[in-house]
Design a protein around this ligand. Sequence first.
Ligand SMILES: *Cc1c(COP(=O)(O)O)cnc(C)c1O
Length: 436
Amino acid sequence: MGLASDGGLMVPYAVPDVRAKLPNWARLTYPELAFEVIRVFSDDINEDVLKRMTEESYSGFGHADVAPLRGVGSLHVLELFHGPTLAFKDFALQFLGELFSHILLERGQTLNILGATSGDTGSAAIHAMRGRPGIRVLIMFPDGRTSPLQELQMTTVLDDNIFNLAVDGSFDDCQQLLKSVFNDLQFKQAFSLGAVNSVNWARVLAQVVYYFWAWYQLRCPAVFDVTVPTGNFGNIFAGYLAKKMGLPLGRLNLATNDNDILARFFRSGVYERGPVHFSLSPAMDIQVASNFERYLYFQLGGDAEGVKTFMSGFQDSQTSTLEHLHGDFDWFQAGAVTDAETVATIEKVFDQFGYLADPHTAVGIAIAEQYQRVDVPMVAVATAHPAKFVEAVEQALPHTPNHHPTLQALAGKETRRYDLDASEASLKTFIEGACA
Ligand SMILES: *Cc1c(COP(=O)(O)O)cnc(C)c1O
């Protein structure tokens, strides 16, 4: 379930303290660790089943460590882009695919996932759900406005349960269509429509695992810091949760591009919407971070009414202020990085260390270098493979080869997509045909 029926988000009623278990988890493989971390939040899935699901989720990753940690100068780069679509969204969506299959089978139900994407989430969802019985995926994307590579990552998936809808309109049109169809509750129910958006709790949970993994890869230092390129606040919120569970994480450094609502918040306590900027790190071109409400809940000491007041104040006036800042406000530090700094960072990191970073990762590295503390290991989270963002990398390094075999293999493959005009009626007609 994404949104709760009252429009709020799901949070666990308690965050388990796992400090006593940490020594026992030291020699586990990534899937084994995922099983242990997820298990402490799960009370309704048979343990053998959960174990199989965590194994399956990461079996298609292209690196034996699943999430390798690489030394780059004085930083440790945690590479989260070895999944099937080469961005960190695979960590959550592959697991979500396993969960959906399990629950649908158990309940004898089917699910039709409807989504809108400007790039990464759509292809991660498609690759996670392809070929799964009882699940169909319909993903809308703005025709001609995703990168050709991103479109191919979706449209080359030919499984019967996958429907790529090229919408004659903008990404906002796609989102508007999604909203209007979901708001028709009768239609939504009749066609068992569901979402895989970034507020799904299971997605956050799967992302908690790699913060523990990074600590073990570092050989369990007394404390370590992380820097996370941030858009919807899902990834860094998972780090926050890991720290709350007892992982010895020091500072959570939040890196944004020019869309800096979160960076401003963590400096001032004021959450104020700004204009959307289109940047070289498009997965972070977000003004309102959907997972932020979850952090507010903890910051307000579990006061759900307080969260509601804060968020409705924000809805009404585009700004809201946190009056009393609790202790864990200090866990965060935040900085914003311009496109020019992003390009300069890609260039510098390659020249100095021979490491090719994608623009999102570069935003993180720029902030990680700024906030690095003496004698405290710093993990910079790498969220996408550079070959996914060829044009941006080319601005920094026009002559440096930037390829990935998975992406190269897409050229010339058979594709399938359905053209759709941007109207609710056309979308509903399509759903009626596809999901009958
Ligand atoms: C989604 C995404 C982000 C932002 O992550 P959030 O969890 O939304 O903060 C950063 N980089 C890449 C490449 C992404 O796909």
